[in-house]
Design a protein around this ligand. Structure first.
Ligand SMILES: Nc1ncnc2c1ncn2[C@@H]1O[C@H](COP(=O)(O)OP(=O)(O)O)[C@@H](O)[C@H]1O
Ligand SMILES: [Mg+2]
Length: 156
């Protein structure tokens, strides 16, 4: 379970999360493995970004990216085996400036890599990761035996 993506601060699961959040300002939101979760994620992240005076265009981009990543975890991934079991995890971290950077990541228990599809012009599916790639400065994933973590860096 070695995270390979860019981190504003080191990540962790299990014990120590609250302490790290307090020390480094990243937030973790456990979500149900359910279709309601993209909406719940948007609501909470939107409120936090807005209250941190992040500009509207960047808030919109971050919410769209998180929505796609959470929807993918629910549709294509699996619930986590590791704590919190049966759920998926959304994490985000805000950089110091008004335009971030903002790091968002979603962890599920599938252990399967996300593969951007070659979406046909008329296809309804297969656009989520294309959107993520278009909005993020950089995005990526890492996969362990029972974990898929997809991350995106937005903003400054
Ligand atoms: N968390 C995930 N776990 C496993 N596979 C994923 C995950 N996220 C994305 N994928 C794979 O990447 C593909 C492309 O995702 P996306 O561009 O969002 O299209 P869509 O969700 O409409 O299929 C998905 O069809 C799926 O095969
Ligand atoms: Mg998708």
């Amino acid at each position: 379970m070695s995270p390979a993506g860019p981190r504003l601060t080191p990540g962790a699961t299990g014990a120590g999360i609250a302490a790290r959040q307090a020390a480094h300002g990243w937030t973790e939101m456990p979500l149900a493995y359910a279709v309601t979760s993209p909406g719940r994620a948007r609501a909470r992240l939107g409120a936090e970004l807005t209250s941190n005076t992040v500009p509207r265009d960047l808030v919109d981009d971050a919410l769209l990216v998180v929505s796609e990543l959470v929807a993918n975890a629910v549709r294509h991934g699996r619930p986590l085996w590791a704590p919190p079991p049966g759920r998926i995890l959304l994490r985000w971290e805000l950089g110091p400036g008004p335009r971030g950077p903002i790091l968002v990541e979603v962890v599920d228990g599938g252990g399967v890599p996300p593969v951007p599809a070659d979406a046909d012009l008329g296809a309804v599916r297969g656009r989520g990761l294309v959107i993520v790639g278009g909005l993020a400065r950089v995005w990526g994933y890492d996969v362990a035996l029972r974990e898929t973590r997809v991350w995106a860096l937005l903003g400054r």
